[in-house]
Design a protein around this ligand. Structure first.
Ligand SMILES: [Zn+2]
Length: 258
């Protein structure tokens, strides 16, 4: 039975991953998600059902457009695979539960942010609003209306602290130190993990940021030398999610190591 769920979640993950890629790529440009249908950027060849199957289509087409033979970026199948694996990993950790629903929503949000923030330095309000709504539904089924209240309180605290950090940063560096999207994202982190863990995610993100931003600058051939912070915050949050780190375990760790 386990294997059945694993396969379902993997297939769900790779298909949604393919969709999230479109959302993250098109929505910031103000384009429709459904129209025009997916097509080859080079020759405009509209993809058939067979060519739309995640990962599999890339393999049978040998990574090329069936019409003009233009190479398809390896990024697409890789991103779809990543989404599938994260969904399966979430099942291994949370089992078939409300927590799994919350985890899948959270993972979905981070996947879209990876794309939009990486390509356009934008974290979409629409994505944050839809994710928050769905997360709150999950939290309601987990902890009732009181849980929802606590979550909203945590989100507000987290948002406020991040806002103050940004004001301070802008003042010190005399320029925009952080995007507005990052601050709104912290609302969702606070909502999900509590405000304390959302702050810890900033530290983890900064720690990851240094080596990874060097790789990103290299990959992007970045002219403007801007590195979005959102993807690092998302990786940090996924670590917190998957390792089930909460503020109690952090405090315990600090106490026992002192
Ligand atoms: Zn083509």
């Amino acid at each position: 039975m386990d294997l059945y769920y694993i396969i379902i979640l993997f297939l769900l993950g790779i298909n949604l991953g393919s969709f999230y890629n479109v959302v993250g790529y098109r929505l910031p440009k103000g384009e429709s998600i459904v129209f025009p249908p997916s097509h080859c950027p080079k020759c405009d060849h509209q993809l058939s059902m067979l060519e739309l199957i995640p990962i599999f289509s890339y393999i049978i087409q040998l990574g090329k457009c069936t019409k003009c033979k233009t190479k398809i970026s390896l990024f697409y199948p890789f991103f779809e695979l990543l989404a599938g694996l994260l969904f399966v990993l979430a099942y291994f950790i949370f089992g078939f539960s409300i927590e799994l629903f919350i985890a899948l929503i959270f993972i979905s949000m981070t996947l879209i942010i990876f794309i939009s923030d990486y390509l356009y330095y934008i974290i979409l309000d629409e994505v944050l609003i839809v994710a928050s709504g769905l997360l709150l539904i999950g939290i309601f089924f987990l902890d009732g209306i009181l849980g929802v209240g606590t979550a909203l309180f945590n989100g507000a605290i987290s948002f406020s602290i991040m806002f103050l950090i940004k004001q301070l940063g802008d003042f010190i560096f005399k320029k925009e130190s952080m995007g507005g999207g990052d601050i709104k994202l912290m609302f969702v982190f606070g909502l999900t993990f509590g405000w304390e863990m959302s702050l810890i995610s900033i530290f983890i993100a900064s720690f990851l940021g240094l080596p990874l931003s060097i790789i990103m600058l290299y990959l992007k051939n970045n002219k403007d030398r801007i590195i979005p912070f959102g993807p690092f915050l998302c990786i940090a949050a996924l670590i917190i999610l998957f390792l089930k780190i909460d503020i109690n375990s952090v405090m315990e760790f600090i106490i026992t190591h002192n």
